[in-house]
Design a protein around this ligand. Structure first.
Ligand SMILES: Nc1ncnc2c1ncn2[C@@H]1O[C@H](COP(=O)(O)OP(=O)(O)O)[C@@H](O)[C@H]1O
Ligand SMILES: [Mg+2]
Length: 308
C-alpha cells in the first residue's frame, strides 16, 4: 500500500440504539499509513464508530469500506487485516501474559515459533519481558494495557484500532503506551485509528476528527487547527467565579467557565493590551481571584471553543 491510498472510508454512517442516535451521518477518510485520531467526550460515539469499522457492529445506515472492502459484505476479510484493542481488556486474567499472546496468535493461524518471537519483541518494547510468566490478573493497569495492545498487533495487521488506549492510566504508563505507538508507526507503516477523550494527547496525530453527540463537528490536522485558532488561553481562577464571570466577560470578551476557572481567548502579540486588562481585573476583584495565568492552547481548547 502506498501513501495516499485510502485505507478506511465512512459514508454517512448512522447507528441507532432504539431511541439513541449513537452516530449521526458520520463521514470521513483515513489514508494508508496515517495516524488518525477520533476525538470527543464520553458518549460522543467513538467506540460505536470503531466497532463498526472493525465489523463488530452493523451500521443502521450508510457504508464503511476498509482496504476497499465493504465491511458489511466482507467482514471476514476485513478482520484478517485489522487489529482491535478494546476500551476494556480482552485478556484472560487467569492465564499468563505469554499464554494470552500465544492463544491470540494461534487464533490468527500463526505457528508457535513465530508467536514466541513476536511476543518477546513486543514485550521488550513495553518493558514487560520479566512479566511473561505472570498471570495477567497480577499486572498493573498500565502493564495490562501494554499486553492488550501486544495482543492487538501480534498478527501484524495493516490497520490497528485503539479504543482509548490510555484511559485511566497514570502518566508513566501513558508515556510508555505513546512511545510504543510511535515506534510501531515508524517501524512498519501501519495505519492507526485511535480514540481518546484526552484531546490534548492527540496532537501527534496526522489528522483528527472531533465527534460530539454522534456528529462530526471538526476535522483537520492538529497543528493547523491550533494555528488557525491564533490565540492563547487566559485562565482566571476564583472560588466566586460564577459571580465574577459576567464582569470578566465585559472586559475580556467571549469566555468559558467551569466550576472554579474562567477561560478567555487572548490574541498573540497583544501583550500590552492583555496585561492592562489583567491589571484592571486584579485591582477590581483582587480579593477573590486566586490565580491568573496565560498558557498556549491545545486541542481540547479548540474543541471547547468550536463546540460550546
Ligand atoms: N449497546 C448500547 N445500547 C444503547 N445505547 C448505547 C449502546 N452503546 C452505546 N450506546 C449509547 O450511544 C452513545 C455513544 O456511545 P459510545 O460509542 O460508547 O461513545 P464513546 O465511546 O464516545 O464514549 C452513548 O449515548 C451511549 O450511551
Ligand atoms: Mg468509548
Amino acid at each position: 500500500m502506498t501513501k495516499n491510498t485510502v485505507a478506511i472510508e465512512l459514508f454517512n454512517v448512522t447507528k441507532r440504539y432504539s431511541d439513541v442516535l449513537a452516530t449521526n451521518s458520520v463521514s470521513f477518510q483515513v489514508k494508508a499509513g496515517e495516524f488518525f485520531g477520533l476525538l470527543g467526550p464520553n458518549g460522543a460515539g467513538k467506540t460505536t464508530t470503531i466497532n463498526m469499522m472493525a465489523s463488530i457492529l452493523k451500521p443502521s445506515e450508510g457504508q464503511i469500506k476498509v482496504l476497499g472492502l465493504d465491511v458489511k459484505k466482507k467482514p471476514v476479510e476485513v478482520r484478517k487485516n485489522i487489529g482491535l484493542v478494546f476500551q476494556d481488556s480482552a485478556l484472560d486474567r487467569q492465564l499468563t501474559v505469554r499464554e494470552n499472546l500465544i492463544f491470540a496468535g494461534m487464533l490468527h493461524g500463526l505457528g508457535r515459533k513465530v508467536v514466541e518471537k513476536r511476543l518477546t519483541d513486543l514485550l521488550t518494547l513495553f518493558d514487560l519481558v520479566d512479566k511473561k510468566d505472570r498471570p495477567v490478573g497480577s499486572l498493573s493497569g498500565g502493564q495490562r494495557r501494554g499486553v492488550d495492545i501486544a495482543r492487538g498487533v501480534i498478527h501484524q495487521p495493516n490497520i490497528l484500532f485503539l479504543d482509548e488506549p490510555t484511559i485511566g492510566l497514570d502518566v508513566t504508563a501513558r508515556v510508555r503506551i505513546w512511545r510504543f505507538i510511535h515506534k510501531l508507526r515508524k517501524s512498519n507503516g501501519i495505519t492507526i485509528v485511535l480514540t481518546t477523550h484526552y484531546l490534548e494527547e492527540a496532537e501527534s496525530c496526522d489528522n483528527v476528527c472531533f465527534i460530539d453527540e454522534g456528529r462530526i463537528v471538526l476535522k483537520g490536522k492538529p497543528l493547523e487547527l491550533i494555528k488557525e485558532f491564533d490565540s492563547e488561553i487566559l485562565e482566571i481562577e476564583s472560588s466566586d467565579i460564577d459571580e465574577l464571570f459576567p464582569s470578566l466577560r465585559t472586559i475580556l470578551g467571549d469566555g468559558r467557565v467551569d466550576f472554579k476557572t474562567a477561560y478567555f481567548r487572548v490574541k498573540k502579540n497583544q501583550e500590552l493590551v492583555v496585561s492592562q486588562k489583567i491589571e484592571k481585573i486584579k485591582s477590581k476583584f483582587s480579593t477573590s481571584i486566586s490565580r491568573v495565568s496565560i498558557r498556549p492552547i491545545n486541542l481540547n481548547d479548540v474543541f471547547i471553543w468550536v463546540n460550546t
